[in-house]
Design a protein. Structure first.
Length: 258
């Protein structure tokens, strides 16, 4: 487990590599967070072989012909390129996740990009709807969880992703997700609002808004929301385009456990 406290910079401009595959060769991908002052435009560098997902954490941006707010984002197919502009108002914070090319098991073989006069595909917006108001646990249920809901946002099913999944989760007050692990993908978990305890086989730290946990494939983990109120999180799998491909195993109950 890698814990990154206060992962989202509160001042702009800021650029932070939360997980850098060059420094952590075992990682299945990388995570970058940026905070942009209003009016600033940046270009997102294309990769001919790797896809990525960018999610707005705060503020608003304009990109791919759309205005995107918190919880919305872009899926970038391999070979895509594009820029984004922070709109007037508060600074815009964005998180970009990019899996390593060649990790995981793609659903299909990517079509080779042309070598003569290549045309760069435009990234297209992925409707990453923010969690419902009021902290209600809505969305798809996951085995081993209580008072939670998951919204699958960028995946093989929603955007044709090959090696990445991004989702938003809602946790009711006291909601929980039991210890589980994913054999074929790393997971990142960014607490967007509320608080709770990151669960491990031996305990785990308390998480506050803006804290991020990065979990290597095969590591037991879970989450227990504080009783004081609901929580929301952004999480995803690097190396797999769905929960099924990432693998999902609940930890068996220990002998004698209540």
């Amino acid at each position: 487990m890698i814990l990154v406290p206060a992962a989202v910079p509160g001042t702009a401009p800021a650029f932070r590599r939360l997980i850098d595959p060059e420094l952590l060769p075992s990682a299945h991908g990388g995570l970058i967070v940026e905070t942009l002052p209003p009016g600033v435009r940046i270009e997102q560098h294309p990769s001919r072989v790797a896809e990525s997902v960018t999610v707005v954490l705060s503020g608003r941006i304009r990109s791919a012909g759309r205005i995107l707010g918190p919880g919305e984002g872009l899926y970038h197919p391999p070979g895509s390129a594009g820029g984004l502009t922070a709109l007037p108002g508060a600074p815009a914070a964005i998180l970009t996740a990019r899996p390593r090319p060649g990790t995981g098991s793609p659903l299909r073989t990517p079509t080779p990009l042309p070598t003569a006069r290549p045309e760069t595909p435009r990234p297209y917006a992925v409707p990453l709807a923010p969690p419902p108001g009021g902290g209600a646990a809505e969305g798809a249920a996951v085995p081993g969880s209580a008072g939670t809901g998951v919204h699958w946002l960028a995946s093989a099913e929603t955007v044709g992703a090959r090696r990445i999944t991004v989702a938003a989760s809602t946790f009711a007050s006291g909601g929980s997700h039991d210890l589980h692990r994913h054999a074929a993908a790393d997971e990142f978990f960014l607490l967007v609002s509320g608080g709770g305890r990151h669960l491990t086989a031996t305990g785990g730290p308390h998480l506050s808004r803006g804290d991020l946990v990065y979990l290597p494939a095969g590591e037991w983990h879970g989450f227990q929301t504080d009783r004081a109120g609901p929580a929301t999180a952004l999480h995803g799998y690097l190396g797999a385009p769905s929960l099924e491909r990432a693998g999902y195993q609940l930890r068996p109950a220990l002998p004698g456990a209540a």
